[in-house]
Design a protein around this ligand. Structure first.
Ligand code: SAH
Length: 225
């Protein structure tokens, strides 16, 4: 059954929940970047979780996506996206594709998104969804992302969506002059969201506050196991 604008009634229901999510969780907490707000209003977050969790997709918390991983809380996605200061010509690297939701938000704002995932089932699932939703400006890769993607570097922005003991040097190396990076830094229980800005004189670190992510596993993150 189709409602107005050729949307199904389900689409209408989720569009309403999405609008409510943006107002209560995002705008109310000082996210002001118009491009970030527009992206959060557009991307169908409910399609990035399993059918059983769809009804919770617009709630104010992370959700399991399988493989002991999670899709981040909507506010964290907005906060990290805003911190990257993205423009329409920017090329962005994401470490930790997961559900693909964060990559889709970035793809609405930036020119191209390169995203790396180390767990094969999540990589396959996200790829399929990007195809289905026609995100032709997202490039996926199945590998350990802690060493970045040198062939495609330098990047205008880098986002790490898993927590690490420190920002991997190889990622900082792959940041362009004028580039921005956000990464949760800390132990496996709690991290600080760190923003790194690179200019001609070097890099500067800023803290954006506390957060809690799953572990970044790999060569320059934590060892697996
Ligand atoms: N951005 C995701 C959140 C994913 S949770 C989203 O929007 O849903 C973190 C993800 O990072 C997990 O899928 C995990 O498998 C992945 N990950 C952890 N270590 C990694 C590494 N070294 N390289 C690439 N991906 C990694």
């Amino acid at each position: 059954v189709k409602g107005k604008n050729n949307m199904s009634w389900d689409d209408v229901k989720y569009a309403r929940r999405r609008e409510e999510m943006v107002r209560r969780q995002i705008e109310a907490r000082n996210i002001t970047d118009p491009a970030v707000l527009a992206a959060m209003r557009k991307v169908p977050r409910h399609l990035f979780v399993s059918e059983a969790l769809r009804h919770k997709a617009y709630e104010d918390y992370p959700l399991p996506i399988g493989e002991q991983q999670t899709i981040s809380q909507p506010f964290i996605v907005a906060e990290m996206s805003q911190a990257l200061d993205l423009g329409p010509s920017d090329r962005v690297l994401e470490i930790g594709t997961g559900s693909g939701y964060q990559a889709a938000i970035l793809a609405e704002i930036a020119y191209r998104v390169y995203t790396i995932e180390r767990l094969h089932p999540l990589y396959i699932q996200a790829r399929r969804l990007f195809d289905q939703l026609q995100y032709h400006n997202i490039v996926t890769r199945y590998s350990d992302g802690t060493t970045g993607w040198r062939a495609q570097s330098p990047f205008d922005a880098i986002i790490v969506t898993a927590g690490a003991p420190q920002a991997p040097e190889s990622l900082i190396d792959q940041l362009a002059i004028g580039g921005r990076m956000v990464i949760p830094v800390g132990d496996q229980y709690a991290q600080d969201l760190i923003k790194i800005i690179k200019d001609r004189r070097g890099v500067r670190h800023f803290s954006l506050g506390g957060c809690r992510f799953v572990k970044l596993i790999g060569e320059e993150g934590w060892r697996a196991g």
